[in-house]
Design a protein around this ligand. Structure first.
Ligand code: AMP
Length: 522
């Protein structure tokens, strides 16, 4: 392995905040990323939160409680980011998903502090396919957990960085290495991402990204749960899926059996419900056939990403596997068949993302100290960004795309809006993300209201709205009146997003930290 020698005065960590498991990594004294065990001594912390009376418990204990106390456990809150609240009340309270994510991050922070001493700085990873709203929610979760979030980077980029580091691209002589085209195939517990990248010296360039935020190992588990539950139903005419505790126990059994099937030809699942039980044997062949359509969905997405990058399978030098679900032999076989080469086994599918994030902390810290950047990351936006417009002819609402999907970031674009009436004093711009021409089928990002236009503007006066899309996929909006010096006060009101006051309150409650003196820009 290669050393980057961080020389960093302050500890910082990289966190892979996964749907089912999270991993923390920090650079050691030689600048090599190492995963940090949690307080229970495990490298992978289950992303589950148990509300037990006054206590909030995160990790293995919370996951175990799923078998008997499922209604008090939030598991996989990442799946619900972007919604106003988690789908179930917990301990009588409705929690926004990012608050649950903050509890997970807070545990990771406290456990890491036991090894590193006090620290605040973090780089958190998100699926490349996350939209702006989910990225903002993740950044907010970091804030509420008492972190100073240095950056949010894409999981596949982080995996490629870990790979590039391991291959020597980030060393002194790295610039001279041959450029490579990579596909990062990331199938985790709850999300699927595929990204086509190019590594050239110390530059990590994303060419295209695609994915499915609702496809992951969980869906494979569910197929087996349904198979076993149907067997039980046939025998006892009772559906164990109606009881959350029985369903959670069977799910744990199935998840184990799925892992067994990655190395053996068959596995057994025992399930009990209301005093009756069934033992079912499942072969790998059966499991692969009951999940074939899920696998096919991932291969179609890979084709789409390659097409968007202007490439074919033959143009790839490597296929990197990320996420625990890539251990399933069906995934490896499919990718080997399509690409004509064995997928790369060099990086750990569980740790690569956290390692890449830790390497990023080192690079950013040295940049903050005034040293030249050692790494360049070029991302693309994973969804088209636009506004709700009106078709002049039909007067129907329609999506006006401003920044098309897969545009290299950072980027900015300007758009002129016109006032409708004489002396109009405010305008409202609705920002959306998505590919559908009908705005109702796109995701709302937020509304930008300009409440105090200057007096006396004629009808049809131009108002310029500028969108700045940062490298980390976060959006800033600026409004000006052309021909004047006026920069208008505006507010980007986000859908389903917590206000600063609520963020500060949760930050105190979860991490015990007051808001920082210098407000974080959002
Ligand atoms: P991640 O979100 O990357 O931590 O991936 C977690 C997912 O990987 C879960 O759905 C696990 O069930 C799955 N997983 C972990 N190990 C294996 C394995 N050996 N075989 C199949 N799936 C696995």
């Amino acid at each position: 392995m290669n050393s980057m020698n961080s020389n960093s005065p302050m500890p910082a960590v990289g966190i892979d905040l996964g749907t089912t498991y999270s991993v923390v990594s920090a650079l050691d004294e030689q600048g090599i990323p190492r995963s940090l065990p949690n307080a229970e001594g495990e490298l992978l912390t289950p992303s589950a939160v148990l509300f037990e009376g006054e206590q909030v418990i995160v990790g293995r204990e919370a996951l175990k409680a799923m078998g008997g106390d499922a209604i008090h456990v939030a598991d996989c809150p990442k799946r619900y980011l972007g919604r106003r609240v988690y789908p179930r009340a917990l301990a009588g309270m409705e929690y926004p998903p990012e608050v649950l994510q903050a509890w997970i991050l807070n545990k990771l922070r406290l456990d890491s502090a036991q090894r590193l001493g006090k620290f605040r700085q973090v780089v958190i990873t998100v699926p490349a396919y996350f939209d702006e709203v989910r990225r903002k929610a993740t950044q907010d979760a970091g804030y509420m957990a008492g972190f100073d979030v240095l950056d949010i980077i894409n999981e596949p980029t982080a995996a490629a960085v870990a790979f590039g580091f391991q291959q020597g691209y980030l060393s002194e002589s790295g610039e001279a290495r041959k450029a490579q085209n990579l596909m990062v195939y990331d199938l985790g517990g709850g999300t699927f991402d595929v990204t086509v990248m190019r590594i050239e010296g110390s530059e990590f360039k994303t060419l295209a990204t695609d994915g499915d935020v609702h496809l992951g190992g969980r869906d494979w588990d569910q197929r087996m749960v349904d198979f076993v539950a149907e067997e039980f139903l046939r025998r006892y005419t009772k559906d164990l899926r109606d009881d959350p505790n029985s369903a959670a126990r069977v799910w744990r059994e199935c998840e184990e059996a799925k892992r067994t099937l990655s190395t053996r030809g068959k596995a057994t699942v025992a399930c009990d419900h209301e005093g009756d039980w069934v033992r079912t044997e499942i072969t790998r062949e059966q499991f692969e056939s009951m999940t074939q359509d899920l696998l096919d969905r991932t291969s179609l997405t890979c084709q789409e990403a390659l097409r968007a990058a202007g490439m074919d399978w033959g143009d790839l030098d490597r296929v990197l596997l990320v996420g625990g679900s890539t251990r399933m032999p069906q995934v490896r076989k499919m990718l080997a068949d399509l690409s004509g080469r064995e997928p790369d086994h060099g990086i750990s599918p569980d740790e690569a993302v956290a390692h890449g994030a830790a390497i990023r902390t080192g690079v950013l810290q040295s940049q903050f100290e005034g040293r030249p950047p050692k790494m360049k990351i070029q991302s693309v936006n994973s969804h088209s960004l636009g506004v709700v417009g009106r078709d002049r002819r039909t007067d129907r609402r329609r999506t006006a795309v401003l920044i098309p999907r897969n545009t290299p970031l950072p980027t900015s674009t300007k758009r002129l809006f016109r006032t409708h009436t004489e002396n109009q004093r405010s305008i409202l711009v609705q920002i959306i993300e998505g590919e559908n021409p009908n705005p109702d089928y796109c995701s709302p990002v937020g509304k930008c209201s300009v409440p105090a236009l200057p007096k006396g503007l004629k009808a049809g006066s131009p108002i310029q709205v500028e969108f700045d899309y940062a490298e980390n996929g976060r959006l800033k909006v600026q409004v000006t009146v052309p021909g004047t010096e006026i920069r208008l006060a505006h507010e980007l009101r986000r859908e389903n997003s917590l206000g600063q006051e609520q963020l500060d309150q949760f930050r105190r409650e979860i991490s015990g930290f007051p808001p920082p003196v210098i407000p974080l820009s959002s």
